[in-house]
Design a binder for this molecule. Sequence first.
Ligand code: SAM
Length: 176
Amino acid sequence: MRIKILRIGHRPERDHRITTHVALVSRAFGADSISIWEKDEKIKKSLDKVSKSWGGNFRVFFETYKQAFKDFKGISVHLTMYGIPFEEKIKEIRDSVINDNKDLMIIVGAEKVPKDIYDISSYNISVTNQPHSEISALAIFLDRLYEGKEIKKEFKNPKLKIYPSEKGKNIINEKL
Ligand code: SAM
């Protein structure tokens, strides 16, 4: 089972910071890759740098939503404030993804989402029916999907590792 995030509506000059944070949350909360519909090499570079330091093999791709859907065989979840509350569907989605090992694509928007997305996604899911942010919606959705287990995920082959401390920063370089 693989989890990919599809970030639509990215405008490099306006959304650089938010999309970088969507990508960081995707990686930290257990997704395998992010696809962004506009090329923004800076985001790829910074995520590659994060993985090199902190481990794992998170990938950044650039593709349109039509390309992303074309070859995708799993289930797709579009996060939108207009969708069905996630509490009603999360078990069904978890059964397909975690238990039946189906690939999952989670779609998050920026400003306006093409109408098509509402029709072609397997699910339109809300994380409350209030407007907030793609970053929070994604983090909460992934956390509920994994039932909190992603928090303990160990990233493979890290160069740096944090040893949690009450005060200050305790970082070990594992490669020395
Ligand atoms: N009107 C938009 C919508 O359809 O949710 C809000 C735009 S918001 C700035 C950008 C993205 O954040 C949305 O495309 C959606 O993926 C996510 N988002 C915002 N609020 C959400 C909510 N309550 N539930 C799920 N996703 C949400």
